[in-house]
Design a protein around this ligand. Structure first.
Ligand SMILES: Cc1cc2nc3c(=O)[nH]c(=O)nc-3n(C[C@H](O)[C@H](O)[C@H](O)COP(=O)(O)OP(=O)(O)OC[C@H]3O[C@@H](n4cnc5c(N)ncnc54)[C@H](O)[C@@H]3O)c2cc1C
Length: 451
């Protein structure tokens, strides 16, 4: 009998009806390397779909007792290979899909980890509430995956990333023990350290996030949408930066380079897209007047239909990918971040190095996710599907981020792709000691820490 059959049989006795050895679907995610590689990138003996936290805990205890590694699978939307198992058992969270408590009075929602962001948002919208987290992969992403990759959404300039929405997490530790990172429900506490932070971005290596209590807010009563055109990317980025320093920040703030303005909107020059959210119309009017006055010099108002076109297309990544593939290319996205004083140098260096690689058809870029300290630049590279070009662009980006004190990952996480690049960015010794203490038997995603 094969090793996988043995294991599956034993598992089925522990968790009847929850186990499969048909693991093909779990060996794919949205990592573009899969599109340029001729070999499968992962393997697994079995997959298990637990329906509640007790089943999760039983599964973890079973795996620990057998010395079999566990790899958690949320929506499988990772673009870094994070959700592809290397071996062992896949933990499929899709049946953990319940909204456990919606507390309208205190503006909180408690959800199981497998709830998808679009389903949660629809439920909140019924009560005129919102989580305000809209990654482009909104329709695929689970709360647990988003927490575990430190994800962020298109309205982050105003509302922040998932780290700003988490009140506390329920986690199944590698021993099978279930804990909440805080036992009480206060809006903030200095009884520290903040243990939720340990699991934000841990990519399943320290435990399984089984539920989360999140902050929600009212759907904005008033929205102002606008677009402006700039002669250069530098001018558009500098204008975007000046907006972050005003009293009211934009929700969406995206400054596109020439190629991406052309590709996304069919217009020349560099485009700045803005969406503001307000509770009061008086504040909307005041902010609109201030922003228009600030941007008057150096830009021209662009057709506001651009913003509606962006809103309409923003989750249609499948169609975009298809149109690129029809041209004989594929695409990769590289989302890095630096402080303001290095951002444009980083941009020029990265575009220069990547454009020169054989097989690259174009480098689009936009600045989004703005902070008073700096911003994320999101590069979209069209390239002929060749492995050499794929790795060439990442090596070029690694060099550019190192040279400009930037991070190689603003929000896509590390996965298998960036393990080798991430090692310089964090104190690995400390991380390994934490891993050893929390997961002494190496049950959770044992090969996933940066090397
Ligand atoms: C077209 C496209 C656009 C994207 N746009 C964005 C964007 O705008 N912003 C953004 O942040 N990301 C974006 N992403 C990346 C991706 O959607 C995010 O990384 C997302 O947070 C992954 O969530 P998931 O549920 O799909 O997790 P998965 O891909 O299944 O897993 C990701 C990682 O989290 C771990 N994990 C999953 N669930 C749990 C859990 N319950 N407990 C512990 N570990 C867990 C997995 O083991 C894995 O390491 C995009 C991806 C695509 C394909």
């Amino acid at each position: 009998m094969a090793e996988s059959d043995n294991l599956a049989q034993e598992l089925a006795e522990v968790l009847p009806g929850r186990v499969t050895t048909d693991v093909g679907a779990y060996l794919k995610d949205w990592w573009p390397l899969l599109w340029v590689s001729d070999q499968p990138l992962g393997s697994a003996l079995a997959a298990v779909k637990p329906f509640n936290v007790d089943e999760l805990s039983k599964l973890v205890r079973f795996a620990a007792s057998r010395g079999v590694p566990l790899y958690v699978r949320g929506g499988g939307s990772s673009v870094t290979g994070a959700s592809i198992p290397s071996s062992g058992i896949v933990v499929d969270t899709s049946a953990l899909n319940q909204v456990l408590d919606l507390d309208e009075s205190n503006r909180t929602v408690t959800v199981q980890a497998g709830v998808r962001l679009n389903a949660l948002e629809a439920k909140l919208n019924e009560k005129r509430l919102t989580l305000s987290q809209f990654p482009q992969s909104f329709e695929l992403v689970t709360v647990g995956g988003y927490v575990s990759t430190l994800g962020t959404g298109e309205y982050s300039t105003l509302y922040g990333g998932i780290e700003d929405s988490v009140l506390r997490l329920e986690v199944v530790l590698p021993t099978g023990e279930v804990v909440w990172t805080r036992r009480r429900g206060a809006p903030r506490s200095s009884v520290g350290p903040d243990l939720s932070r340990l699991f934000l971005g841990a990519e399943g290596s320290l435990g399984i996030v089984s539920a989360a209590e999140l902050k929600v807010r009212s759907v904005p009563a008033h929205v102002w949408k606008a677009a402006f055109s700039f002669p250069t990317f530098e001018a558009a980025v500098n204008a975007a930066r000046s907006l972050v320093e005003l009293d009211v920040k934009p929700g969406v703030c995206r400054a596109y380079n020439e190629l991406e303005s052309q590709f996304q909107f069919g217009v020349a020059g560099c485009t700045l897209v803005l969406i503001y959210h307000f509770r009061s119309e008086a504040v909307l009017n005041a902010v609109r007047a201030e922003v228009q006055a600030l941007l008057r010099e150096g830009s021209a108002p662009a057709d506001p239909a651009i913003v509606d076109a962006w809103l309409e297309k923003r989750f249609k990544f499948r169609e975009q990918l298809e149109s690129v593939k029809n041209l004989g290319y594929t695409l990769e996205t590289l989302e890095v971040a630096s402080k303001w004083t290095r951002l444009l140098e980083l941009y020029y260096d990265a575009v220069g190095a990547i454009s020169g690689l054989e097989g690259v058809g174009g480098v689009g870029a936009h600045v989004s996710h703005l902070y008073e300290q700096g911003a994320c630049i999101y590069f979209t590279v069209l390239f002929k599907p060749r492995k050499e070009t794929y790795w060439g662009m990442w090596e070029a980006m690694e060099k550019a981020t190192k040279a400009h004190d930037a991070t190689i990952s603003h929000h896509h996480g590390v996965g298998m792709l960036k393990k080798i690049y991430a090692k310089d960015e964090i104190p690995l010794g400390l991380l390994r000691r934490i891993k050893q203490a929390v997961d002494p038997d190496g049950v959770m995603s044992p090969d996933r820490l940066p090397e």
